[in-house]
Design a protein. Structure first.
Length: 98
């Protein structure tokens, strides 16, 4: 079905519930991400695509790597650094038994 129209109520927290027919039709489940686009006085709600999700994960990974000083280093060096941090955290938690 290409066209559906439903009415939803906005809660005091600004939340809405998508009608079950729409969730089923788009195969949306709890935890799925959606994109909300405002065009003038109209809003469009659409499921996030795989490419959009992947792009967001890449951006978050890059930001994390830049914050932790691993941006621009080889995977081997980044892995070595991660292992060092992990070992340091383990030693903090368990003492010098490591």
């Amino acid at each position: 079905m290409l066209y559906m129209e439903h009415t939803a109520t906005i809660s005091s927290k600004g939340q809405i519930t998508l009608p079950v027919e729409i969730r089923r039709g788009l195969k949306l489940q709890a935890g799925d991400k959606i994109t909300i686009v405002k065009r003038g006085t109209t809003i469009e709600i659409k499921p996030r695509t795989y490419d959009e999700e992947l792009s967001e994960l890449r951006k978050r990974a890059q930001a994390h790597m830049k914050r932790n000083g691993t941006w621009g280093v080889s995977w081997e060096e980044a892995r070595r650094k991660a292992d060092e941090v992990g070992l340091e955290e383990y030693r903090k938690k368990h003492g010098s038994r490591a």
